[in-house]
Design a binder for this molecule. Structure first.
Ligand SMILES: *Cc1c(COP(=O)(O)O)cnc(C)c1O
Length: 357
């Protein structure tokens, strides 16, 4: 098991320094020392997200979906109307959340693999909505959405903008201040390459105004409570202490290495290196606007995508990401997040040549 190489979209290949931190005994967390760790992480994350001054970050002990639900639950109610971009299973998840919470919504439905264009949004009278929910990168298909376009239209119509950047963060450019993002979500198990369990919700000053004074039908997921306690570096409930300590160490490395543009360039270079190796293989790119976080591929020969995943895992210990649902036979994905180097991609492509021949 342990020798497997993960080309997955989370958990991903971890870095040795994160593993080392994970092996240490956990400290008690209601202390000034731990508060300092949390405050330092908040500062580092907001910097990477290019958040506007006065932004805050909530540390939620839950997977990414929990953070998506927390944003919708805290910022909106039955009096709102949301527009949801749905181009795959993560867009669909926002729709399910709106349905579960009884929040009126409409969907911008995109065919899997296709990009979002201005015409897709022009069909809606944006002034009728209070907020827009979008995944920066629809991880199920590998499509990176045009956030500057979405941001411009949301700003014109005065919409609250919620961006699930869970798989885009550190891979594709995100500029919270420039793009007027009010809620930006990411999670520990994607490009941060940590264990799962910690999700981060970055909230702009306008997003914080939105939260103020709202009645929230949840104790655990109350973002205002999280931000209030977070002001002194604490969380209302026991956090994923170990993952936060790994985050502290990871952020220190990321800060040493460079700014967000640097990290996106590194992810882009890995993606480009891998895609260049694919020439001659019976595969085509599935996404019309690929993210740097992963490459989604459709086999054009006789072997189905899910069989390719199984064979690469079982014969070679190389774990690509299978698709679920209707795309399971046609699409598999190769991740570019975490501790993967060019030689890993060389190994993968060599194995793919055998599997696909
Ligand atoms: C991974 C991911 C999520 C979160 O999934 P969880 O399994 O709940 O952590 C949400 N949105 C996107 C775009 C993702 O890539």
């Amino acid at each position: 098991m342990s020798a497997n190489v993960l080309f997955t979209v989370g958990p991903v290949q971890m870095y040795p320094d994160s593993l080392e931190v994970g092996a240490q005994p956990l400290p008690y967390f209601r202390t000034a020392e731990f508060s300092k760790v949390v405050l330092g992480c908040e500062k580092g994350l907001l910097e990477l997200a290019r958040a506007p001054a006065g932004s805050r970050c909530a540390f939620l002990t839950m997977s990414g979906t929990g953070a998506m639900e927390a944003c919708v639950l805290n910022a909106f109610g039955p009096d709102d109307r949301l527009l949801v971009v749905n181009g795959g299973s993560f867009g669909h998840r926002f729709v399910e959340i709106c349905e579960a919470l009884g929040i009126p919504h409409d969907e911008v439905v995109l065919a899997p693999g296709t990009a979002l264009g201005e015409a897709d949004l022009a069909r809606f009278d944006l002034k009728r909505y209070t907020g827009l929910l979008i995944n920066a990168h629809e991880t199920s298909t590998g499509v990176l959405y045009d956030l500057p376009l979405v941001s411009r239209l949301c700003r014109q119509a005065g919409l609250v903008l919620v961006v699930d950047a869970i798989s885009a963060f550190l891979c594709d450019p995100i500029a919270m201040a420039d793009w007027g993002i009010d809620f930006l979500i990411t999670s520990s198990q994607k490009a941060l390459a940590l264990g799962p369990g910690l999700s981060l919700v970055m909230v702009s000053p306008r997003g914080q105004e939105r939260l103020a004074g709202r009645k929230v039908r949840s104790v655990y997921m109350n973002l205002a409570t999280h931000l209030n306690d977070g002001a002194r570096g604490q969380t209302p409930f026991t956090p994923a202490v170990g993952v936060i300590l790994q985050l502290e160490a990871r952020l220190a490395v990321l800060q040493r290495e460079g700014d967000i543009d640097h990290h996106c360039r590194v992810a882009g270079a890995k993606a480009a290196y891998f895609r260049d190796l694919l020439g001659g293989l019976p595969l085509k790119l599935f996404s019309s606007r690929p993210s740097n976080a992963l490459t989604s591929l459709t086999p054009t020969g006789s072997k189905a995508a899910y069989a390719v995943f199984l064979e690469l895992k079982d014969r070679f210990g190389l774990v690509v990401t299978p698709n679920g649902g209707p795309l399971s036979e046609t699409v598999f994905r190769v991740g570019h997040m975490g501790n993967l180097q060019n030689e890993h991609y060389e190994r993968l492509v060599k194995a793919m040549k055998e599997v696909l021949s």
